[in-house]
Design a protein around this ligand. Sequence first.
Ligand code: DX5
Ligand code: ZN
Length: 221
Amino acid sequence: MKPNWIAPSILSANFAKLGEEVDNVLAAGADIVHFDVMDNHFVPNLTIGPLVCEALRKHGVTAPIDVHLMVEPVDRIIPDFAKAGASIITFHPEASIHIDRTLQLIHDNGCKAGLVFNPGTPLHYLDYVMDKLDIILLMSVNPGFGGQSFIPSALDKLRQVRKIIDDSGLDIRLEIDGGVKADNIRAIKAAGADTFVAGSAIFNQPDYKKVIDDMRVELAL
Ligand code: DX5
Ligand code: ZN
């Protein structure tokens, strides 16, 4: 198993002081920064784009930035995010007509690439592109908003994808996004995840370090 990565979703951060929020959550022990990009088309919400990613880099953020694209189409925005300092770029297969080409485009732009599966999206999109994946992201809520409850069927899906990755022998991370909290993170890890996105669970608490420490305790059990 890979080392666990805790990936705070800045969707729940205070955008009026975003640089400080990201500094604080990294100082509190986060491994990577999860960056949710929504277009009010693929999902019913509108958030942030490459300018904000670039601003975080200029602010001095050196941790990996994990860009979760919930936009359609995806290809046009990928080079912009790579230039803005994205480290990982993931997208939903429904948002790209040519998923193999989009994965290649992400790699050609120097970033790690991954596919994202909504709770109701079947896994067959993995069938012919496993060798182009650095990460697989399973949604445990329907995308668009922070603060929703974890959908329990995501645990079975995690177990299925864990087996697919292990059987492939490939070096692919398994990320979970939506409703992750200290009190369910142990079961989520047991189902096979190694990368844990948490937005409201972290940013809605006053002490980020306490939440992340609590998560680490659960992950170590
Ligand atoms: C939902 C986003 C998530 C969200 C997670 O569309 O992809 O990253 O911010 O938020 P919580 O952890 O509050 O469910
Ligand atoms: Zn996300």
